[in-house]
Write a protein that binds this ligand. Structure first.
Ligand code: ADP
Ligand code: ZN
Ligand code: ZN
Length: 747
């Protein structure tokens, strides 16, 4: 291997996708200098016995290792940096804030195709450009090769332009002539990426529709957003379901495009339907990059490159689309900002919403967060005036909010979970030629034991928390302390033997409905029936044909959909979420109830929502029903304040799991002991270690240590110390650990 012979060689610091919190030093590619490896560029490097892709993350004049020990970069990959300075800045913020290795952060930000050494089957084609030599050649020098002369003359007319093989053919020139000219050094040749015409990830807008005339509230909100343009300002649009938030986004994007800038729109995983994309395509005439899970690596790469090269005006996608590079960032929108799918639950535990806010700040572009049910974090920021607070209280386009009726199902006979009242409501709706939805809650499913006759449920003797049913161990267990007890055979309050294990499946409900309504079409929509994207699209298409039918489903039906023929919604088991031991259980449950209710009555018909509950007197549910979501949110915020919970405090979790039960816990105990001196006298509490809510998963035992603090700074110092302690201590073999900053679930 040949090393540069200067006495002060430049060292390339390379980030690698690994759990190690460090960069690796290399010498530049043999025969090259540090200029061959700009920051953010990809390189192939030797790593142990393998060759891996790395990203240049730094340049140094020296290494801690002896220069003779350093290896050379094998070769640079690609002719330009994969990540440019704005992305690198964001990457450093992510690594700091989430206490995650920089290498893994950088790889999270790249499309999959760029994580590999060879860009598998990217769209590239050969292109030609006239060389300086060619430009200097007299116009008749090639008289004996008229085809070459003609081609040269054509390329001479636009000397800056790269012309592809395909374009040569289209203009009647032969590739052979180009090759001959190239051999004479009259042309340059290169491989360029191109987009196929039918690339599903880069769509061409067709501008078939004009903007709607905004109603008064929408116009006010748009004016508020315009007034805050260009300062990295964040606006929250809190708009009831169907209030026309999307229309406001579209008009704000219109402003962005008119300034020649790009807009990034994030939507929840299940919100990226063909209808959503359609609304953008029919409104704008720019190109639109779309990122969703149905794309191949190659298609994602195409969308990523088109965005980075500034060819698209709008980028729409789910969580990881927040990392899409834009040379002219002008607006970031996070629709349904409260949605869980924005938080990555493994590896880099980032929140795409928070990353969008940070990008807006770094890249000086305004940010819009929209939701009918804002998270309490965002609501708090709006109340604190960190975010501009915009509200839409009315449904747009003439629809009104649906009526809500609670069905107290204690003691009522149920047909696979359905009450007579609910069944009658469905029958009436079908009779009227309209559609009905039965919604079954499976989010955060914590099985519970409840007395069907009196509504009693098991409480912890030591905590203000419900006990969770552990069927295998035949015990009820508290997830806040160590308390557990045997499953009773009778209700301790009313002696009834009707103890229900609540949580109803969609399959059984569908069967029951099919028996009750034999001549009605019933669509079951859940994770099992919609494995393929097309089956969900098919179901949605059936619904949009507006014939009477019943849809039975889970969370997939909760959000974003605009079903105009849907009049009646029945919710089963939503209240089980109120018993969820996590402190966010109530917030999530009310969001879900509001969103599901919001599917009803989105046209001129009045919507009707029926909620079956064992808890008709739950104070939050009462507040929600009588005063709406906003009031209920304010109550929840007060409660969080009183209990010292987020958003009034900050949290981080250190999670660990191992094959042997003791390892995870003793590892966490060790960390806690090593931190005790630093914790004393700060605002940080370390709670635990305790078993995770799902204590055993895939044969591994899971435990966690919760850090909670009234201030961010000491919390982050403590996490820094945690990493140090782990790095210097001994980690039992087979143990895995991770840090989750701002965890969505903390039990
Ligand atoms: P959201 O995003 O708040 O759920 P949408 O933007 O989807 O609401 O709007 C709900 C319905 O109201 C859509 O059918 C939309 O076309 C219609 N709509 C929105 N704004 C207006 C308006 N200004 N005038 C008439 N109809 C509107
Ligand atoms: Zn009872
Ligand atoms: Zn307890």
């Amino acid at each position: 291997m040949s090393h540069p012979s200067t006495s002060n060689p430049a060292v390339v610091q390379v980030a690698i996708a690994s759990p190690l919190y460090r960069l690796f030093d290399y010498l530049p590619v043999a025969g090259g200098s540090i200029q061959c490896h700009p920051l953010g560029s990809r390189v192939l490097v030797p790593f142990g016995k393998r060759e891996v892709v790395g990203i240049v993350a730094g340049h140094q004049s020296q290494s801690a290792l002896a220069i003779a020990q350093l290896k050379c970069v094998i070769k640079p990959l690609g002719s330009r940096a994969a990540l440019e300075p704005p992305q690198l800045k964001l990457a450093h913020w992510l690594a700091d804030y989430y206490h995650h290795p920089l290498g893994d952060v950088l790889f999270n930000m790249l499309p999959n195709a760029l994580r590999k050494p060879v860009i598998g089957g990217a769209y590239t084609e050969r292109c030609w450009q006239i060389s300086t030599h060619g430009q200097g050649l007299p116009a008749t020098a090639l008289a004996r090769a008229p085809k070459q002369q003609a081609l040269l003359n054509m390329l001479r007319s636009e000397p800056e332009r790269w012309t592809s093989d395909r374009e040569l053919l289209q203009s009647g020139h032969a590739q052979q002539a180009a090759l001959q000219l190239f051999k004479k050094e009259l042309l340059y040749q290169t491989q360029k990426e191109y987009l196929p015409h039918d690339c599903p990830s880069v769509l061409q807008g067709n501008k078939l529709r004009d903007p709607l005339t905004l109603n008064e509230e929408q116009a006010t909100v748009l004016a508020q957003i315009r007034a805050s343009q260009g300062q990295g300002a964040v606006s929250l649009i809190e708009g009831v379901t169907g209030s026309g938030k999307t229309e406001v986004y579209l008009q704000a994007i219109s402003d962005t495009l008119a300034q020649g800038k790009q807009a990034v729109v994030l939507v929840p995983e299940i919100g990226l339907t063909p209808q959503t994309i359609g609304r953008f395509v029919e409104r704008f005439d720019c190109k639109i990059a779309v990122f969703h899970s149905g794309l191949s690596d190659k298609e994602r790469l195409a969308a990523w490159q088109a965005s980075r090269d500034g060819e698209v005006g709008i980028i729409i996608g789910t969580r990881s689309a927040v990392f899409t590079p834009c040379p002219r960032p002008g607006l970031f929108i996070v629709d349904e900002e409260h949605d869980n799918s924005y938080k990555q639950q493994d590896g880099l535990h980032y929140s795409a919403r928070d990353v969008a806010v940070m990008r807006g700040h770094f890249e000086q572009a305004p940010v819009i967060l929209g939701s009918a049910t804002p998270s309490l974090e965002t609501l708090h920021n709006a109340q604190q005036k960190k975010y501009q607070y915009c509200v839409l209280t009315q449904r747009a386009g003439g629809a009104v909010m649906p009526s809500v009726t609670f069905i107290d199902i204690r003691k009522l006979p149920l047909h696979e979970g359905l009450s007579d009242t609910a069944i009658q409501a469905i029958a009436d709706t079908l009779q009227a030629g309209r559609q009905a939805m039965v919604f079954i809650n499976r989010r955060g499913f914590a099985p519970l034991l409840i007395c069907h006759d009196c509504g009693w449920y098991a409480n912890c003797n030591h905590c203000d928390a419900r006990l969770t049913l552990h069927q295998r161990a035949r015990r009820l267990r508290c997830h806040h302390c160590d308390f557990s007890t045997v499953i009773p055979s009778h209700c301790p309050r009313c002696q009834s033997a009707q103890l229900l294990n609540i949580g109803q499946g969609t399959e059984r409900s569908t069967e029951t409905l099919a028996r009750l309504f034999p001549s009605t079409e019933i669509l079951r929509i859940d994770r099992d029936t919609t494995r393929s994207k097309s089956s969900l699209d098919n179901s949605i298409q059936r619904i949009n044909e507006q014939r009477p039918l019943i849809m039975v489903g889970t969370q997939m039906l909760a959000k974003g959909h605009h079903f105009t023929a849907l009049d009646t919604v029945v919710m089963l088991d939503v209240d089980q979420g109120l018993y969820n031991p996590d402190f966010r259980g109530a917030e999530k449950t009310l969001q879900l109830m509001e969103q599901v209710a919001g599917r009803a009555g989105r046209s001129t018909q009045l919507g009707k929502v029926f909620i079956q509950t064992h808890l008709p007197d739950h104070p939050l549910v009462r507040t929600w029903a009588e005063h709406g979501f906003k009031r209920a949110s304010e109550d929840m915020l007060q409660e969080r304040h009183a209990l010292g919970l987020p958003p009034y405090t900050y949290m981080a979790l250190l999670r660990a799991d191992s094959r042997t039960p003791e390892h995870a816990t003793s590892f966490l105990h060790g960390i806690q002991r090593s931190l005790s001196a630093q914790i004393a006298g700060t605002h940080v509490q370390a709670i635990g270690p305790m078993p995770a809510l799902m204590e055993r998963r895939a044969g591994r035992h899971r435990a966690q240590l919760l850090f909670k603090s009234t201030h961010r700074k000491p919390l982050h110092s403590l996490l820094e110390a945690t990493l140090m302690s782990i790095a210097t201590g001994k980690t039992p073999s087979g143990l895995r650990w991770s840090i989750d900053v701002d965890p969505q679930e903390s039990v």
